[in-house]
Write a new protein. Structure first.
Length: 198
C-alpha cells in the first residue's frame, strides 16, 4: 500500500463530499432548522437526545458532551443525553427486550413531549434507531435523522440531514462537522452574552 497516495485520495474524496454539501442549499437550510429546533426545545426546558451504533454511537456521545460541557466558549450546560453510554442499561434492555429496543426503551422512559431526538445512522436503516424514532413520534418528540443518502430514516423524520454519499467514513466525517455547526448555532444563540469579545 502506498500510504501517501492513500492519504491524499482519502482527503480529496472527503473534501468532495463536503463540497457537495456546500452546493446543497436545501441541506444547509435544514442544518439551520435543526439548530433552531434545538434552541426552541432548550428554551422550553426540554433536552436533546442522541443515539447511534458504532462510530455513530461515538458521535452521539461527542455531541451530547458538547451540549452539556461546552463547545466554543464557557457558558451554562445544556440538557442532552447520549443513549449509548450506560452499559448496565444497554445490556439489560438488550437481554430483556432485544437489541432493536435499545434506544426506544430509553426514549419511552426518559423522553418527554417537546424534546428532540437525533438518530444517527450512516445507512439510514439501523433498526434500533428506526424504533427509537417511531417511539419518539408517539410521544410528540421532534425527530432528526443524520444519515447518508439512503435508507428508511430520511422518509420518517421531521428533518433529515442526509450527507450526499454512500461511504461510511465520509458520511461520519461530515456528520461530526454538521453536529459541530449545530452546537455552534445553539451556543451562540442562547449564550451570546458569554461569548468572549474578539
Amino acid at each position: 500500500m502506498d500510504g501517501t497516495k492513500y492519504i491524499v485520495e482519502h482527503f480529496e474524496k472527503s473534501i468532495r463530499v463536503k463540497q457537495a454539501i456546500l452546493k446543497d442549499k436545501a441541506l444547509i437550510e435544514r442544518i439551520v432548522q435543526v439548530g433552531e429546533l434545538c434552541v426552541d426545545a432548550l428554551k422550553r426546558g426540554n433536552k436533546v437526545m442522541f443515539a447511534g451504533n458504532g462510530g455513530s454511537a461515538a458521535d452521539s456521545q461527542h455531541l451530547a458532551a458538547e451540549f452539556v460541557s461546552r463547545f466554543n466558549f464557557d457558558r451554562p450546560g445544556l440538557p442532552s443525553i447520549a443513549l449509548t453510554t450506560d452499559t448496565s442499561m444497554l445490556t439489560a434492555i438488550g437481554n430483556d427486550y432485544g437489541f432493536e429496543q435499545l434506544f426506544s426503551r430509553q426514549v419511552q422512559a426518559n423522553g418527554r413531549e417537546g424534546d428532540v431526538f437525533v438518530g444517527i445512522s450512516t445507512s439510514g436503516n439501523s433498526a434500533n434507531v428506526v424504533k427509537a424514532v417511531e417511539q419518539a413520534q408517539k410521544m410528540g418528540i421532534h425527530t432528526v435523522a443524520m444519515c447518508g443518502n439512503a435508507g428508511k430514516l430520511p422518509k420518517m423524520c421531521d428533518i433529515t440531514l442526509d450527507v450526499p454519499s454512500t461511504s461510511t467514513p465520509y458520511i461520519q466525517e461530515s456528520h461530526i462537522s454538521i453536529g459541530h455547526i449545530i452546537c455552534a448555532i445553539v451556543e451562540e444563540t442562547l449564550f451570546a452574552e458569554y461569548k468572549p469579545k474578539e
